[in-house]
Design a protein around this ligand. Sequence first.
Ligand code: GDP
Length: 601
Amino acid sequence: MSDIERRTKTVELPPTITVRELANSIHSSPIEVIKNLMSNGVMANINQQIDFDTAAIIAAEMGYEATLETQENEEEEQGENPLWRQMIAGEDQVDLVSRPPVVTILGHVDHGKTTLLDAIRHTDVASGEVGGITQHIGAYQVELKGKTITFLDTPGHAAFTAMRARGAQGADIVILVVAADDGVMPQTREAIAHAKAARVPIIVALNKIDRSNADPERVKQQLAENGLVPDEWDGDTIVVPISAKKQEGIEDLLEAILLVAENIDIRANPKGKVIGTVIEAELDKSKGVLATLLVQNGSLKVGDEVVAGVAFGRLRAMFDHYGRKISKAGPSTPVSVMGLSEVPPAGELFYVVNSEREAREMVNERQQERGKTSAAAKSVVTLEQLFDRFQAGEVRELRLIIKADVQGSLEPIVSTLDEFSSGDININVLHAETGNITESDVMLAAASKAVVIGFNVSADSAARRLAEAEGVSIRLYDIIYRLTEDVEKALKGMLPPEEKENVIGHAEVRAIFRISKIGNIAGCKVTDGEIRRNCRIRVLRRDKIVHEGPISSLKHLQEDVREVRAGFECGIGVKNFDEIEVGDRLECYFIEKVAVEEPVF
Ligand code: GDP
C-alpha cells in the first residue's frame, strides 16, 4: 500500500458514537481508543458516547479520515426510533403547512437566560387575557405580528443534549445569550458546539448592553473567532443587542427569529401521524403523571393513546401554557397532559398509537431492548471538554472512579472530595455512578491510572480479576468519613516532599590562604555546632548572604576531615567562591526532604 493510500482510509461516522462502536469502525480495540482519548484529555468508558468531532480527531490519530454520515443514513439506522423529520418526509407533501419555530435559549451561566425568558414572556400580549400569568410547563408560546414562536422554557445544555441523544432535535433555532460585559465563556463555546452538531441555526442575543462595562465589539470579535461571524461583518450570524433586564431589544430578537424561521423549512402536517417530544414530566400526588409534550407533527387530542419511552396511556386531559383546558393541539404546540402510566424522561419521543394493545406491545419491545443497553451510553463527551482539557495542560491529580449504592450517598461523597482539591493537587472524579464495580470501571481506571472507590458496593469477580491483572487499586468502604479520610491522606502522599533546612553549625573566617590551583581557603574557627564536609555553606557578610554552595574542601591540621566541631580551627574551601574575606561568617546546613504523608493508595 502506498503512503497516499494509507493516509486516505476513510470512515463514515454518525453524529454520536460509543467508544466500542468507534473502535469497531476503525478496526481498533476499545482500549486503544480509550487510551487515545485519554492522551487527548478525555476520560471515557467503553459504552460512553462521544461526539463526531471528538471521534474524528481520534480516528485521524489512528490513520482514518472521518466524514459525518449523511442524514439519510442516520435516519435509516435509527429506524426503531425515527426522528420527527423522517416522519414528515413520509407525509404527503401537499398537506405540509408551516408551523411555529421552536426556540431554545442556551448560554453561559449568569449571562441572562432566565431573565430573557421572563422578558419574552412579558411581551406576550395574549397573556393579558388570563391575567398575564403563564403556567410553568417547560415551554410557552408568544405571538408577534400574527405569527407564533414556541420557546422551550428550560434553559441549559442538559435538556438540549438529552433531546439530541434521543434523536429528538426539539429546537429549530438556538438563541445564544452572551453577556456583553463578560463575553464568550466555556459554556458559550459548549452551546455553539451543541447547536452546530445538531445543525440548528444560532441567533446571538448580546445581553446586558445596559451595563457600563459592556463591550459589544469585543464580544463580536470573540464570536467570529468561534465561527459565528456577525451579519454586520458580512457573516451569517444575526447578533441582536438586548437588555433582558430592561426589556430592550426583545422585539428585535423576536423579529430575527421569524426571519431565520422563514429561511428554514419549518413545516409539519397537522393531519398527519402524531409525534413529538417530552419536554418535562413529574408525578403529581393528586393528578398523577403530568407531562409537558411538544407536538411536532399531527394534532394531539384528548383521548389519544400515547407511548413515550416505556410510559403509555390514554390522555385524560390536556392544557395549554396558560393552564386552559384544550382538546386538540397542532404542530409546535406545547401542552401539559394527564394520563400517562409513568414519568417519561425529558427528551423522549412520544407517538400516538391506535390502541392500548399496540401501546403495550411497543412498550414491551422497548423494555427488552433497553435491558441490553447500559445507562452509561447516555452521557456524551463533547469536543468542548476536549479543548478545555488541552488548554488546562497537565495537572497533578488524583483520579477516581466512584461507585456507590445509591445516588443519595454518591452526591455527598463527590462534593466532599471536590473540596479537597487545592491549587497543587486536584481530585478528578472521572466517573461517579451507582451500582457495583464492574469490568468497565476497572478498564477505565487502568487506562486513566485511576483508583476505583466503592461505597456500600462490591466488585464482581471479573472486575477483581481485571484489577489484579492491570494493577488497579479497588478500595471498598462502608463509612463515608473513612473513605474521605483515606482520600485526603492519599492526596497528601502525592504532595511533593517538603524541603526542610537544618543549620548544624557556624564558623568565623580569621585568615585567608591563597593556594595555587585550588584557590582561596578560609582559615576558620568553628564557633558553634559543627562543619561537615558533605554539607552546604552560606557565606554571611555583615548579616547579608553573599554566597551559598557546597564545600569543596575541609581540613583540620592539614588533613582532610569529614567534620570539625565547635572550638576547633579548620580550613574551608567553598566551591566556586573565591571572594571570601576575613570577618565573614560561615553557616553550615543541609536540606532534608520530608514526605508530607505516606501515600495510601
Ligand atoms: P442565567 O444563569 O443565564 O439564567 O442568568 P440570569 O437570567 O439568572 O441572570 C443573571 C444575572 O444577570 C441576574 O442578576 C440578572 O438580573 C442579571 N441580568 C440579566 N440580564 C441582564 C441585563 O440585560 N442587564 C443587566 N444589567 N443585568 C442582567
